[in-house]
Design a protein around this ligand. Structure first.
Ligand code: PCA
Length: 326
């Protein structure tokens, strides 16, 4: 926890309270893609409360989880264009705009929380500058737990995956499906329970957290702890809205963001074991992949990481080099 941000937060609260009278109280709707019970959404709700309290009600943030205000895929555009002032989205969901957004989904590059934090340090400045050019200000970012593979049968080799309908959530996951002989179909997390129940999808790569949140044991049977990568969510603000916000309230937003990032990271770690146990309790088989499967996935991961390096160019290489040097 940065003392600097706590000081900023205290300063912001003091200034805001001393100038109370609240000339213009603003309501900021905050679209979020994942279910209200998900740990990112809980962290976002606390962040919203922190800002509302910290600004003495001058900025009231109201969260809208589950893609209820804007669907996950539409959230970034909505904020860029000012349809919503603030919101949360999966960072790697934007790889189709710029490959560099996929730095956190490179298979087997950063597979632990510690490495994920390092990788974020290596990437943060680049991501901030890409977002800045898109009229966005990044406030905080929290990783999902490590990604594993879900199936409705035992899978011991890539050949067992042939023809399976695979739910993807970004370019990397769609590519993983192609390279393993599966058919990718893009579905938001908010809609996966139904997709699995109706057979539109039969498999996915995701965290134990998402499987647990969406009760996937109702349709699926196996979770393989592959620890492929830890993708990130981030909270962004429209830059014009940010620039129109008083310095005191910007300080409150930054301070609350710092607290949220800390709490979110902590929750993500805690939630990893809790949700994987929850999958077991739901009746699923939870296990590491067989050695053979792991080796095949590493091979595929190498191809994917080469492809990403090619697509992300010098900016991408600088991130990976900085990470490897840490
Ligand atoms: N859950 C999100 C992204 C990564 C994760 O663990 C999802 O499945 O959409």
């Amino acid at each position: 926890m940065s003392k600097y941000f706590l000081k900023q937060l205290a300063l912001g609260v003091a200034v805001t309270l001393s100038t109370a009278g609240i000339a213009h109280a603003e309501k900021w709707d905050m679209p979020m893609a994942y279910s209200g019970s998900n740990f990112h959404s809980v962290t976002g709700a606390e962040f919203a409360q922190c800002v509302t309290t910290g600004t003495g009600g001058a900025i009231e943030i109201v969260t809208h989880p589950s893609g209820s205000l804007f669907k996950g895929a539409d959230i970034k555009r909505a904020i860029q264009t000012g349809q919503a002032p603030i919101g949360e989205r999966l960072l790697s969901g934007h790889q189709n705009e710029n490959a560099v957004f996929g730095f956190d989904s490179i298979p087997f590059l950063a597979t632990s929380f510690d490495d994920s934090a390092k990788l974020w340090k290596a990437a943060e400045e680049t991501i901030n500058s890409v977002l800045d050019k898109q009229n966005l200000v990044l406030l905080y970012s929290v990783p999902w737990p490590p990604q594993g593979l879900y199936f409705k049968k035992e899978v011991n080799a890539v050949s067992d995956m042939e023809g399976i309908k695979f739910r993807s959530y970004n370019n990397t996951t769609a590519r993983l499906a192609e390279l393993t002989g599966m058919s990718p179909v893009t579905i938001e997390a908010a809609e996966i329970s139904q997709a699995f129940a109706t057979g539109v999808a039969e498999s996915m790569v995701s965290s134990g957290a998402t499987g647990y949140d969406r009760k996937v044991w109702e349709s699926l049977t196996h979770f393989y702890e592959v620890d492929a990568w830890l993708p990130r969510n981030y909270v962004m603000v429209n830059k014009d809205v940010w620039n129109d916000t008083s310095e005191a309230n910007q300080n409150v937003l930054r301070g609350c963001a710092s607290l949220a990032e800390y709490a979110g990271n902590w929750r993500s770690k805690e939630y990893t074991g809790f949700t994987v146990n929850g999958l077991r309790a739901g009746g699923m088989t939870v296990a590491p992949p067989s050695d053979g499967l792991r080796a095949e996935l590493q091979e595929i991961g190498k191809t994917m990481s080469d492809e990403w390096m090619e697509a992300a160019g010098a900016e991408g290489k600088a991130i990976v080099d900085a990470f490897n040097a840490m």
